[in-house]
Every structure is written in C-alpha cells, then in structure tokens.
Write a protein that binds this ligand. Sequence first.
Ligand code: PHE
Length: 338
Amino acid sequence: MKEQLEKLKNQIEEFEIKHNEHVELFRLKFLAKKGDLNDLFEQFKTVPVEMKKELGALLNQVKQKAQQKWEEAQLEHIQNKKQKSQGNTDFTLPAENTFGGSRHPLSIIENEVIEIFKKLGFIYAEGPEIEDDWHNFSALNFPPNHPARDMQDTFFISEDIALRTHTSSVQVRLMENQKPPIRAIMPGRVYRNEAISARANCFFHQIEGIYIDEKVSFADLKQTLFYFIQELFGQDVNVRFRPSYFPFTEPSAEMDISCLLCKGKGCNVCKHTSWLEILGCGMIDPNVLKASGIDPEKYSGFAFGMGIERIAMLKYEVKDLRTYFTNDTRFISQFKGQ
Ligand code: PHE
C-alpha cells in the first residue's frame, strides 16, 4: 500500500491541469467517491494495526496534496473563464425579459375606492400609525372604560400611546386642523390585538371617510354610500342599513350589500342570509365635533369606515386572510389593476 501511495502522489504531482475541463477530470480521478484516493481509504481499513499510524499519516498527506492542487486549479481556471466571458459580453443584445412586478391586491382595492370618492370631491388624508389616547379614543367619545380600550383589542405602547385601532384617528386630526366643509377619505393600516386566523389578523387596512358641512343629513350618507357601492361592485348590488352602535356616531348603522356570490339564493359566504356586512357608518356625534373645535349647532356630518381586506375577500373570493400577507408572488401577481 505504501508503494501505491507513493505512485499516486507522483501521479497527482504530474497531472497537468491546463484548462477548465482538466479541473473536473482531476477531481474525478483522484477525489471523487469512486476516485483513486477513496479506493486507498477503503484498503486502509484492512491494514494491520501496527502499520496504521505510518500509512494513515501518508494517506492524509496525499489527500491534502490532491485537495490543495484541485482548489488552486479551480481558482485559476474558473476565475479566468469568468474574466474571459466578461470580456465577451455583447452589449447590443436585447435585454432578457424580467418579471415587471404587479400591484398588491389590497392596493388595487384601495386605489379603486380612492378613485370613486375622488369623483365625489373627497380629498385624501393620512395620519400616524402610533397614536395617542386622545386621537384614537377620547376625542371620539369613547368613555374611559369602554371595552375597545381594553388590552385585548389594543396594542398599547405606554399608558397614553397605542398603535391606532382604526383610521378614525385621522378624522380627528383633520377636524382639528381644518374648517368645514371637510370632505375626506383616510386609508391606512390599523392594529388590533387578535389571534391570527383565516378571518382575523393583528393588523389590517381600513378606509374611513367624513363629510362635514352645514345641513349634512343621513340621506346624504345613504346616497353617497349607495353610489360608492354601485361603482365598486356594479349596478345590480342592493344595500340595506341596520341600526348599530359606535361611540363616535349617533345614529349609527351598519351597511350590508346583497350577496355577490349567490345573488340572494343563499350560500356559505353570506351564511344563507343573502346579505354581506360591508361597512360601519353614522352621523358624527355632536360631542366629537365639539372635541375637535367644530360648532355642532352649525355643522353636521357623516362618517363611515370599512376594511379593505374584507372587500378584497368578497371581490376576489379569497377566503383566507393570511394569503394577503405572505407576499407569495404566485398569489399576488394574479391580480390586475392600478
Ligand atoms: N371606526 C370604525 C371601526 O373601526 C368604523 C366606523 C367609522 C364606523 C366611521 C362608523 C363611522 O370599526
């Protein structure tokens, strides 16, 4: 075996690596699983114990030599090849087609909603996602012990600061800084401390809107939202209003639309009621106007708010909310729109 090792050592030294292909040939002959070195390692297992020390050392030496030569050759030849190919690049060739990207389905819905309200003269407003108690709760007429302030719903940062739970906080900021007439929509991300499931997430997106002027009435609210729904879902859609409660509106209502999927026949999505809940709305409570410095004797207004994910789920019939947040391009690139 000692002789075989000496012979192999010589072969390794003499093997000429002149170009790229020889690098691979070298590896196959000496270093691969079925190469010469591995054969010797197999034989080594049967060597008598007293010879193991000497032969083992020699075997390792030869292996290291082969390994080193191969690594050096690889560096030399593969780098050369790269440099050469760089030199040969034809810059006049047309560019390869690359994936152009697509808008996220939630952005598509958001932009559609913004466009519809823009036509009605609503402006766009934004506000901070980290809010103080005043803008998220107090100015919106939330009594001090209202359950929505509870730790279960709200991510508190400190006693007075939280991640906003709705974009109504932007309404307050707007009312504080502008004089009526105010007509605005405010889209944005909101946070609620909920367990993540197919139907709920710890954050989601909302679009809320307000309209404040002299003599704004519930009839204006109904007509505005009816127009909006027909623009978004088509002329065949019906709406209904159900009495509801929000601290910041009085009276308050929830608006349903006729089920888009079964068209009134009854299905799983509408839970066989043929109606789908779509948004909350109401006449802005006089206390809220007062808190923001608007005279409730002179002005009135309506407000509404909806979840973008909910509209997307209805429109695209994608029932698992989580798919909107995994950023799997196979999913999000299916949706077309601006
Ligand atoms: N802020 C309410 C929510 O997050 C929605 C809403 C807005 C309801 C305006 C009425 C008026 O659920």
